[in-house]
Design a protein around this ligand. Structure first.
Ligand code: FMN
Length: 250
């Protein structure tokens, strides 16, 4: 498959064989991650590679014990990182206080996410399956401690990777035209919204979740079951505190 076909066949993989990821495959993933665009060429990110099972077991509860957090042979954690650039400034006797703000955090987070998606494309291109672990954000302070991240480094993405143990079906998505606006943003009519989301509502895994949870429709299932206001507010407070404690004055 070529790269476009690979991107279009992406689906999250949550079951892996025990085969470790070959060293050359990992090296290629890391080189692709490192070669993305970055703000001003500063490459404001770091990648922590986890292959040690004891380390994975230590982090598992923070990933809410999702099986992929221990079953995958490889976990990559992408961090927004101004620490290395601070060190560079220190070594050149240049002040480091220009980058302790929201602007700087946003640059570093963007660089880290670009690197993460490049890593995903490279991984899938080489036959690996993968799944993002959003739990890295929920428990960022504890990950900072376990991974010994210094000040000015914040984990922003975490991806479990390995050789797929099973064939997985494509996940239903909104049609492309639902996401694209030409020249300026065009309003959605209620009927547009009905049409766009019907496909997702009818997807078997969503329809059965709505049925089992008794939530009535997919929107309510998201808001009242999957990602609830109280949880989002609780974890937002923790995240804001964590980013500030890491030295970004946001
Ligand atoms: C930021 C982010 C966090 C995610 N966190 C999790 C997670 O913690 N557990 C999980 O099983 N899937 C997780 N996913 C995978 C999504 O559920 C998945 O990408 C989405 O349902 C679309 O399916 P696809 O990847 O198969 O196309 C995450 C994806 C993203 C982008």
């Amino acid at each position: 498959m070529n790269t476009i076909e690979n991107i279009l066949s992406h689906r999250s993989c949550r079951e892996f064989t025990e085969r470790p990821v070959d060293k050359e495959v990992l090296d290629t993933i890391l080189r692709c991650a490192a070669n993305g665009s970055s703000m001003g060429g500063m490459q404001l990110f770091s990648i922590v590679v986890t292959q040690d099972k004891d380390m994975m077991r230590k982090m598992a509860p923070l990933h809410f014990n999702q099986p992929i957090a221990t079953n995958a042979p490889l976990i990559l954690t992408f961090c927004a990182d101004f620490y290395r650039f601070d060190r560079y400034c220190e070594c050149r006797e240049v002040p480091t206080d220009a980058y302790q703000n929201l602007q700087a955090y946003h640059w570093a987070m963007t660089d880290a996410l670009i690197a993460a998606q490049n890593a995903c494309v490279a991984a899938e291109d080489q036959g690996l399956g993968l799944c993002w672990l959003g739990t890295i954000i929920y428990n960022a302070p504890q990950f900072i401690e376990i991974l010994q991240l210094p000040k000015h480094v914040v984990p922003v993405a975490c991806i479990a990777m390995g050789y797929p143990a099973t064939e997985v079906a494509l996940t239903p998505k909104l049609p492309v035209n639902a996401l694209v606006h030409h020249e300026s943003y065009s309003e959605y009519t209620d009927s547009d919204i009905d049409k766009m989301y019907r496909y997702l509502e009818e997807a078997p895994h969503n329809a059965s979740a709505v049925r089992e949870n008794g939530t009535g429709n997919l929107a309510r299932d998201y808001v009242e079951r999957r990602y609830r206001k109280a949880d989002n507010e609780y974890f937002s407070d923790l995240l804001l505190k964590c980013i500030k404690e890491q030295g970004f004055d946001i």
